[in-house]
Design a protein around this ligand. Structure first.
Ligand code: SAH
Length: 346
Protein backbone atom coordinates (compact mmCIF):
# COMPACT_ATOMS: atom_id res chain seq x y z
CA UNK A 1 0.00 0.00 0.00
CA UNK A 2 1.29 3.44 -0.85
CA UNK A 3 1.27 5.77 2.15
CA UNK A 4 0.31 9.41 1.75
CA UNK A 5 2.87 10.41 4.38
CA UNK A 6 5.94 12.24 3.14
CA UNK A 7 9.10 10.29 2.35
CA UNK A 8 11.55 11.50 4.98
CA UNK A 9 14.47 11.01 2.61
CA UNK A 10 13.12 13.71 0.32
CA UNK A 11 14.18 16.18 3.05
CA UNK A 12 17.59 17.83 3.03
CA UNK A 13 19.61 17.92 6.22
CA UNK A 14 18.60 21.56 6.73
CA UNK A 15 14.92 20.67 6.34
CA UNK A 16 15.26 17.84 8.86
CA UNK A 17 16.91 20.19 11.33
CA UNK A 18 14.07 22.67 10.80
CA UNK A 19 11.52 19.93 11.39
CA UNK A 20 13.00 19.14 14.79
CA UNK A 21 13.10 22.80 15.73
CA UNK A 22 9.44 23.07 14.73
CA UNK A 23 8.50 20.34 17.21
CA UNK A 24 10.53 21.93 20.00
CA UNK A 25 13.53 19.60 19.75
CA UNK A 26 17.16 20.42 19.05
CA UNK A 27 18.39 20.96 15.46
CA UNK A 28 21.13 18.43 16.19
CA UNK A 29 18.47 15.71 16.25
CA UNK A 30 18.12 16.33 12.50
CA UNK A 31 21.79 15.47 11.99
CA UNK A 32 21.39 12.24 13.94
CA UNK A 33 18.37 11.13 11.93
CA UNK A 34 20.06 12.17 8.70
CA UNK A 35 23.00 9.97 9.54
CA UNK A 36 20.73 6.99 10.19
CA UNK A 37 18.97 7.53 6.90
CA UNK A 38 22.03 7.99 4.73
CA UNK A 39 25.35 6.74 6.17
CA UNK A 40 23.75 3.87 8.05
CA UNK A 41 20.97 3.29 5.54
CA UNK A 42 18.30 2.07 7.99
CA UNK A 43 14.89 1.20 6.62
CA UNK A 44 12.83 1.72 9.77
CA UNK A 45 12.54 4.35 12.51
CA UNK A 46 12.72 1.52 15.05
CA UNK A 47 16.38 0.99 14.18
CA UNK A 48 17.37 4.54 15.13
CA UNK A 49 18.53 3.42 18.54
CA UNK A 50 19.98 6.69 19.84
CA UNK A 51 16.68 8.51 19.20
CA UNK A 52 14.12 8.44 22.02
CA UNK A 53 11.06 6.23 21.75
CA UNK A 54 8.71 9.24 21.71
CA UNK A 55 10.63 10.93 18.93
CA UNK A 56 10.65 7.75 16.86
CA UNK A 57 6.89 7.44 17.32
CA UNK A 58 6.51 11.05 16.23
CA UNK A 59 8.56 10.41 13.09
CA UNK A 60 6.49 7.32 12.36
CA UNK A 61 3.29 9.42 12.51
CA UNK A 62 4.63 11.99 10.08
CA UNK A 63 6.87 10.20 7.64
CA UNK A 64 7.64 6.99 5.78
CA UNK A 65 10.98 5.66 4.57
CA UNK A 66 10.37 4.59 0.98
CA UNK A 67 13.22 2.19 0.54
CA UNK A 68 13.82 -0.20 -2.32
CA UNK A 69 13.71 -3.95 -1.95
CA UNK A 70 15.96 -6.30 -3.91
CA UNK A 71 13.30 -8.71 -5.07
CA UNK A 72 15.37 -11.25 -6.89
CA UNK A 73 19.05 -11.67 -7.46
CA UNK A 74 20.41 -13.58 -10.44
CA UNK A 75 24.02 -14.67 -10.71
CA UNK A 76 25.75 -15.15 -14.03
CA UNK A 77 28.49 -17.72 -14.46
CA UNK A 78 30.92 -14.83 -15.14
CA UNK A 79 30.27 -13.34 -11.68
CA UNK A 80 27.85 -10.65 -12.84
CA UNK A 81 24.84 -10.20 -10.55
CA UNK A 82 21.53 -8.71 -11.62
CA UNK A 83 19.17 -7.24 -9.04
CA UNK A 84 15.48 -6.82 -9.73
CA UNK A 85 14.66 -3.85 -7.55
CA UNK A 86 11.14 -3.30 -6.31
CA UNK A 87 10.16 0.31 -5.65
CA UNK A 88 7.66 1.49 -3.03
CA UNK A 89 4.87 1.68 -5.60
CA UNK A 90 5.44 -1.83 -6.92
CA UNK A 91 7.31 -0.87 -10.10
CA UNK A 92 10.54 -2.68 -10.84
CA UNK A 93 13.92 -1.56 -12.19
CA UNK A 94 17.12 -3.49 -12.61
CA UNK A 95 20.70 -2.88 -11.57
CA UNK A 96 23.82 -4.90 -12.22
CA UNK A 97 27.08 -5.68 -10.41
CA UNK A 98 29.94 -6.24 -12.84
CA UNK A 99 33.16 -7.66 -11.37
CA UNK A 100 36.52 -7.67 -13.18
CA UNK A 101 39.94 -8.65 -11.86
CA UNK A 102 40.57 -5.22 -10.37
CA UNK A 103 37.21 -3.50 -9.88
CA UNK A 104 33.55 -3.89 -9.12
CA UNK A 105 31.23 -1.68 -11.13
CA UNK A 106 27.59 -0.94 -10.36
CA UNK A 107 25.38 -0.29 -13.36
CA UNK A 108 22.31 1.57 -12.09
CA UNK A 109 18.95 2.66 -13.49
CA UNK A 110 17.71 6.25 -13.47
CA UNK A 111 14.14 5.83 -14.78
CA UNK A 112 11.46 3.17 -14.84
CA UNK A 113 11.45 2.42 -18.55
CA UNK A 114 12.80 5.09 -20.90
CA UNK A 115 11.39 8.00 -22.86
CA UNK A 116 13.83 7.56 -25.74
CA UNK A 117 13.34 5.18 -28.61
CA UNK A 118 16.63 3.48 -29.51
CA UNK A 119 15.54 0.63 -31.75
CA UNK A 120 18.20 -1.79 -30.51
CA UNK A 121 17.43 -1.41 -26.78
CA UNK A 122 15.02 -3.54 -24.74
CA UNK A 123 14.33 -0.80 -22.20
CA UNK A 124 13.01 1.52 -24.94
CA UNK A 125 10.08 -0.84 -25.46
CA UNK A 126 8.83 -0.22 -21.94
CA UNK A 127 8.28 3.52 -22.47
CA UNK A 128 8.95 5.82 -19.58
CA UNK A 129 6.79 5.15 -16.52
CA UNK A 130 8.43 7.50 -14.07
CA UNK A 131 11.67 9.02 -12.91
CA UNK A 132 13.50 7.46 -9.98
CA UNK A 133 13.90 9.53 -6.82
CA UNK A 134 17.43 10.34 -5.65
CA UNK A 135 17.16 7.84 -2.81
CA UNK A 136 15.98 5.09 -5.15
CA UNK A 137 19.11 5.56 -7.23
CA UNK A 138 21.31 5.78 -4.14
CA UNK A 139 19.76 2.61 -2.68
CA UNK A 140 20.64 0.62 -5.81
CA UNK A 141 24.27 1.63 -5.34
CA UNK A 142 24.26 0.71 -1.65
CA UNK A 143 22.67 -2.68 -2.41
CA UNK A 144 25.41 -3.45 -4.94
CA UNK A 145 28.13 -2.17 -2.61
CA UNK A 146 26.90 -4.66 0.01
CA UNK A 147 26.76 -7.49 -2.53
CA UNK A 148 30.29 -6.66 -3.67
CA UNK A 149 31.55 -7.08 -0.11
CA UNK A 150 29.50 -10.22 0.44
CA UNK A 151 30.27 -12.05 -2.80
CA UNK A 152 33.56 -10.55 -3.97
CA UNK A 153 35.11 -9.49 -0.68
CA UNK A 154 35.83 -5.92 -1.75
CA UNK A 155 33.97 -2.61 -1.84
CA UNK A 156 32.30 -1.17 -4.90
CA UNK A 157 34.84 0.80 -6.97
CA UNK A 158 32.93 2.34 -9.89
CA UNK A 159 29.44 3.37 -10.91
CA UNK A 160 27.99 3.73 -14.38
CA UNK A 161 24.57 5.20 -15.13
CA UNK A 162 23.97 2.72 -17.93
CA UNK A 163 20.98 0.82 -16.60
CA UNK A 164 17.40 1.56 -17.50
CA UNK A 165 16.49 5.10 -18.49
CA UNK A 166 18.09 8.27 -19.78
CA UNK A 167 19.91 9.93 -16.86
CA UNK A 168 19.83 13.41 -18.39
CA UNK A 169 16.04 13.22 -18.69
CA UNK A 170 15.97 12.83 -14.91
CA UNK A 171 18.66 15.43 -14.43
CA UNK A 172 17.90 16.82 -10.99
CA UNK A 173 17.43 13.48 -9.24
CA UNK A 174 20.50 11.92 -10.86
CA UNK A 175 22.66 14.82 -9.67
CA UNK A 176 21.16 14.67 -6.18
CA UNK A 177 21.88 10.94 -6.01
CA UNK A 178 25.50 11.58 -7.06
CA UNK A 179 25.77 14.24 -4.34
CA UNK A 180 24.79 11.56 -1.83
CA UNK A 181 27.07 8.92 -3.32
CA UNK A 182 30.07 11.26 -3.19
CA UNK A 183 29.36 12.98 0.13
CA UNK A 184 31.00 11.82 3.33
CA UNK A 185 27.57 11.20 4.79
CA UNK A 186 26.82 8.82 1.93
CA UNK A 187 29.42 6.54 0.39
CA UNK A 188 32.23 9.09 0.11
CA UNK A 189 33.06 7.90 -3.39
CA UNK A 190 35.17 10.01 -5.75
CA UNK A 191 33.21 11.48 -8.70
CA UNK A 192 36.08 10.35 -10.94
CA UNK A 193 34.78 6.82 -10.45
CA UNK A 194 31.31 7.69 -11.70
CA UNK A 195 30.24 7.80 -15.36
CA UNK A 196 26.94 9.16 -16.58
CA UNK A 197 25.98 7.78 -19.97
CA UNK A 198 23.60 9.71 -22.18
CA UNK A 199 22.14 8.98 -25.56
CA UNK A 200 22.98 12.63 -26.26
CA UNK A 201 20.70 15.38 -24.96
CA UNK A 202 22.59 18.54 -26.03
CA UNK A 203 20.90 21.03 -23.75
CA UNK A 204 21.52 18.88 -20.70
CA UNK A 205 25.17 18.23 -21.58
CA UNK A 206 25.65 22.00 -21.55
CA UNK A 207 23.88 22.20 -18.23
CA UNK A 208 26.25 19.59 -16.77
CA UNK A 209 29.14 21.79 -17.85
CA UNK A 210 27.51 24.89 -16.35
CA UNK A 211 26.89 23.03 -13.11
CA UNK A 212 30.59 22.14 -12.88
CA UNK A 213 30.10 18.41 -12.39
CA UNK A 214 33.19 16.33 -11.73
CA UNK A 215 32.07 12.91 -12.94
CA UNK A 216 32.73 11.39 -16.38
CA UNK A 217 30.53 11.73 -19.42
CA UNK A 218 29.82 8.98 -21.95
CA UNK A 219 27.72 9.49 -25.06
CA UNK A 220 26.02 6.63 -26.89
CA UNK A 221 26.92 7.72 -30.38
CA UNK A 222 26.54 4.59 -32.56
CA UNK A 223 26.78 6.70 -35.70
CA UNK A 224 28.35 10.04 -36.58
CA UNK A 225 26.15 10.33 -39.68
CA UNK A 226 22.89 12.18 -39.00
CA UNK A 227 20.78 10.10 -41.39
CA UNK A 228 21.98 6.78 -40.01
CA UNK A 229 21.68 7.88 -36.41
CA UNK A 230 18.06 8.95 -36.97
CA UNK A 231 17.22 5.51 -38.27
CA UNK A 232 18.48 3.67 -35.23
CA UNK A 233 17.76 6.39 -32.65
CA UNK A 234 14.71 8.29 -33.94
CA UNK A 235 14.84 10.93 -31.18
CA UNK A 236 18.04 12.13 -32.93
CA UNK A 237 15.75 14.00 -35.35
CA UNK A 238 15.21 16.51 -32.55
CA UNK A 239 18.58 16.09 -30.85
CA UNK A 240 20.76 16.44 -33.93
CA UNK A 241 24.45 15.66 -34.28
CA UNK A 242 25.09 19.35 -34.99
CA UNK A 243 23.61 20.33 -31.63
CA UNK A 244 25.40 17.43 -29.96
CA UNK A 245 28.73 18.60 -31.37
CA UNK A 246 28.15 22.12 -30.14
CA UNK A 247 27.26 20.81 -26.68
CA UNK A 248 30.36 18.61 -26.52
CA UNK A 249 32.65 21.49 -27.44
CA UNK A 250 30.94 23.53 -24.73
CA UNK A 251 31.40 20.64 -22.25
CA UNK A 252 35.09 20.31 -23.02
CA UNK A 253 35.78 24.04 -22.91
CA UNK A 254 34.29 24.23 -19.44
CA UNK A 255 35.37 20.93 -17.88
CA UNK A 256 38.46 19.82 -19.80
CA UNK A 257 37.27 16.26 -19.33
CA UNK A 258 37.46 13.87 -22.23
CA UNK A 259 34.32 12.24 -23.56
CA UNK A 260 33.78 8.52 -24.11
CA UNK A 261 31.74 7.49 -27.13
CA UNK A 262 29.90 4.21 -26.90
CA UNK A 263 29.50 2.56 -30.23
CA UNK A 264 28.08 -0.71 -31.52
CA UNK A 265 28.93 -1.81 -35.07
CA UNK A 266 26.05 -3.52 -36.85
CA UNK A 267 25.94 -5.41 -40.12
CA UNK A 268 24.81 -3.23 -43.00
CA UNK A 269 24.01 -0.27 -40.73
CA UNK A 270 27.29 1.38 -39.76
CA UNK A 271 29.98 -1.02 -40.96
CA UNK A 272 31.22 0.92 -44.01
CA UNK A 273 34.21 3.18 -44.67
CA UNK A 274 31.92 6.26 -44.65
CA UNK A 275 30.82 5.39 -41.13
CA UNK A 276 34.40 5.00 -39.96
CA UNK A 277 35.51 8.28 -41.52
CA UNK A 278 32.58 10.11 -39.97
CA UNK A 279 33.43 8.70 -36.54
CA UNK A 280 37.10 9.64 -36.85
CA UNK A 281 36.11 13.21 -37.78
CA UNK A 282 33.63 13.36 -34.90
CA UNK A 283 36.31 12.20 -32.47
CA UNK A 284 38.61 15.05 -33.46
CA UNK A 285 36.12 17.60 -32.19
CA UNK A 286 37.16 17.25 -28.53
CA UNK A 287 39.56 14.87 -26.76
CA UNK A 288 37.75 11.57 -26.59
CA UNK A 289 37.97 7.82 -26.64
CA UNK A 290 35.81 5.16 -28.22
CA UNK A 291 34.34 2.16 -26.50
CA UNK A 292 33.23 -0.44 -29.04
CA UNK A 293 30.45 -2.40 -27.35
CA UNK A 294 29.40 -5.87 -28.30
CA UNK A 295 25.76 -6.02 -29.42
CA UNK A 296 23.38 -8.01 -27.27
CA UNK A 297 20.56 -9.24 -29.44
CA UNK A 298 17.13 -8.36 -28.11
CA UNK A 299 14.93 -9.39 -31.00
CA UNK A 300 14.60 -11.52 -34.07
CA UNK A 301 17.55 -10.23 -36.02
CA UNK A 302 16.89 -6.75 -37.39
CA UNK A 303 20.19 -5.80 -35.78
CA UNK A 304 23.22 -8.02 -36.07
CA UNK A 305 26.66 -7.48 -34.61
CA UNK A 306 29.17 -6.86 -37.41
CA UNK A 307 31.92 -9.43 -37.89
CA UNK A 308 35.45 -9.10 -36.51
CA UNK A 309 36.80 -7.76 -39.82
CA UNK A 310 34.52 -4.71 -39.61
CA UNK A 311 35.42 -4.12 -35.95
CA UNK A 312 39.11 -4.44 -36.75
CA UNK A 313 38.79 -1.89 -39.53
CA UNK A 314 37.28 0.56 -37.04
CA UNK A 315 40.11 -0.11 -34.60
CA UNK A 316 42.76 0.29 -37.28
CA UNK A 317 41.47 3.66 -38.46
CA UNK A 318 40.86 5.06 -35.01
CA UNK A 319 44.33 4.05 -33.90
CA UNK A 320 45.86 5.52 -37.04
CA UNK A 321 44.39 8.84 -35.96
CA UNK A 322 45.55 8.33 -32.37
CA UNK A 323 42.07 8.01 -30.96
CA UNK A 324 42.06 5.60 -28.01
CA UNK A 325 39.73 2.69 -28.59
CA UNK A 326 38.72 -0.26 -26.43
CA UNK A 327 36.50 -3.21 -27.17
CA UNK A 328 34.05 -4.05 -24.40
CA UNK A 329 32.98 -7.63 -24.19
CA UNK A 330 29.54 -8.29 -22.85
CA UNK A 331 29.02 -9.50 -19.32
CA UNK A 332 26.10 -11.30 -17.76
CA UNK A 333 24.47 -12.20 -21.07
CA UNK A 334 23.13 -15.51 -19.74
CA UNK A 335 20.97 -13.67 -17.20
CA UNK A 336 19.90 -10.80 -19.51
CA UNK A 337 22.00 -8.35 -17.54
CA UNK A 338 24.04 -7.05 -20.48
CA UNK A 339 23.70 -3.58 -22.02
CA UNK A 340 20.32 -3.04 -23.59
CA UNK A 341 18.87 -6.26 -22.23
CA UNK A 342 17.42 -4.84 -19.05
CA UNK A 343 13.69 -5.48 -18.78
CA UNK A 344 13.80 -7.92 -21.61
CA UNK A 345 12.05 -10.67 -19.71
CA UNK A 346 9.72 -8.93 -17.30
N1 SAH B 1 20.22 6.11 -21.90
C1 SAH B 1 21.62 6.05 -21.62
C2 SAH B 1 22.02 4.94 -20.66
C3 SAH B 1 21.43 3.56 -20.85
S1 SAH B 1 21.97 2.51 -22.16
C4 SAH B 1 22.40 5.95 -22.91
O1 SAH B 1 21.79 5.78 -23.96
O2 SAH B 1 23.61 6.08 -22.88
C5 SAH B 1 23.61 2.02 -21.83
C6 SAH B 1 24.37 1.67 -23.11
O3 SAH B 1 23.92 0.43 -23.68
C7 SAH B 1 24.22 2.71 -24.21
O4 SAH B 1 25.45 2.97 -24.78
C8 SAH B 1 23.31 2.02 -25.20
O5 SAH B 1 23.41 2.55 -26.47
C9 SAH B 1 23.78 0.59 -25.08
N2 SAH B 1 22.84 -0.41 -25.58
C10 SAH B 1 21.50 -0.34 -25.64
N3 SAH B 1 20.99 -1.47 -26.15
C11 SAH B 1 22.03 -2.29 -26.43
C12 SAH B 1 22.16 -3.62 -26.95
N4 SAH B 1 21.09 -4.33 -27.27
N5 SAH B 1 23.40 -4.14 -27.07
C13 SAH B 1 24.49 -3.44 -26.70
N6 SAH B 1 24.44 -2.19 -26.20
C14 SAH B 1 23.23 -1.62 -26.06
Amino acid sequence: MISDKKDIRALSKEELRDFFVSIGDKPFRGNQVYEWLWSKGVHSFEDMTNISKETRAHLEENFVINHIKVDSLQKSNDGTIKNAVKLYDGLVVESVLIPTASRTTACVSSQVGCSLDCKFCATARLKRMRNLNPDEIYDQVVAIHKESILYHDRPLSNIVFMGMGEPLMNYKNVLLSIDKITSDEGLGMSPKRITVSTSGVPKMIKKLADDGVRFNLAVSLHSAIQETREQIMPFAKSFTLEDLKEALVYWYDKTERLVTYEYVVWNGINDGMDDIKALVAFCKLVPSKVNLIEYNPIDDGEFQQADDAAINLYIEHLEKHRIPVTVRRSRGKDIDAACGQLANKQ
